[in-house]
Design a protein around this ligand. Structure first.
Ligand code: BG6
Ligand code: MG
Length: 219
């Protein structure tokens, strides 16, 4: 029986991946190189410092710890310029009716994000009070694919992982959910998320019954 749904934030509830990309790209450009949207895919679900390490590798750049901290802070300031302007109309299409449907059925809602900006984003788009558990990058320092972020969420909600579905747009987020013993639904493209129990391109018109049926068929 599914008692709770735990949602990743960036790329699932809102499209902040595009703001992360813009800010990281600006950093790369200031350091004299560029990277592609396909490379950016590898940054999804990865912590801020983990992302910086990858980007510096792509650019073949070595920095001291202090310089890394300074660049990460710069990137975060650029990123925050975008997110602090976000409005409720940036919630991805289909998400609100899907959350409504879950709440009508008494399914608990949790948020599980690697981002230290998660609380600000969720407040900005007016969804903060919807979630009974919010676990962000500050509460769960271990990066996905470690399941920590979702395990803390399940504990908050008083549920076992086997009673929860995790929704994720990042391959590493699906790994985290599977590593923790959760049902994992990928939101995005099959080619990136094929290891999930089921993949949907988005939430438009989706119901919990659709998902339960699909998970059951693929089991
Ligand atoms: C994840 C994003 O949700 O949060 C990553 O998918 C991001 O791209 C990570 O690096 C950390 O975010 P923040 O806001 O703490 O820099
Ligand atoms: Mg994400």
């Amino acid at each position: 029986m599914i008692k709770a749904c735990i949602f990743d934030l960036d790329g699932v509830i809102v499209d902040t991946a595009k703001y992360h990309f813009l800010a990281w790209r600006r950093l790369a450009n200031e350091l004299g190189f560029d990277f592609t949207e396909e490379e950016n895919e590898q940054l999804k679900g990865v912590s801020r410092m983990g992302s910086l390490e990858l980007i510096l590798q792509w650019g073949g750049i070595r920095l001291s710890e202090e310089e890394k901290q300074a660049w990460a802070e710069k990137k975060n300031n650029w990123y925050r310029e975008y997110i602090l302007k976000m409005q409720p109309d940036e919630i991805l299409e289909g998400v609100l009716p899907f959350l409504d449907g879950l709440q009508q059925r008494g399914v608990q809602l949790g948020l599980g994000s690697a981002s230290k900006n998660a609380l600000d984003i969720i407040t900005q788009v007016g969804l903060r009070n919807r979630f009974s558990s919010i676990v962000d990058g500050a509460r769960a320092p271990k990066s996905k694919p470690d399941p920590q972020v979702f395990l803390i969420g399940a504990r908050d909600l008083g549920r076992q992982p086997s009673e929860c579905i995790v929704f994720e747009d990042a391959a590493k987020g699906i790994d985290a959910a599977l590593n923790g013993g959760f049902f994992a639904v990928g939101v995005g493209r099959e080619e990136h998320l094929g290891h999930a129990h089921w993949v949907t391109p988005n939430f438009i018109g989706l119901t919990l019954d659709d998902i339960l049926r699909a998970i059951h068929q693929n089991a």
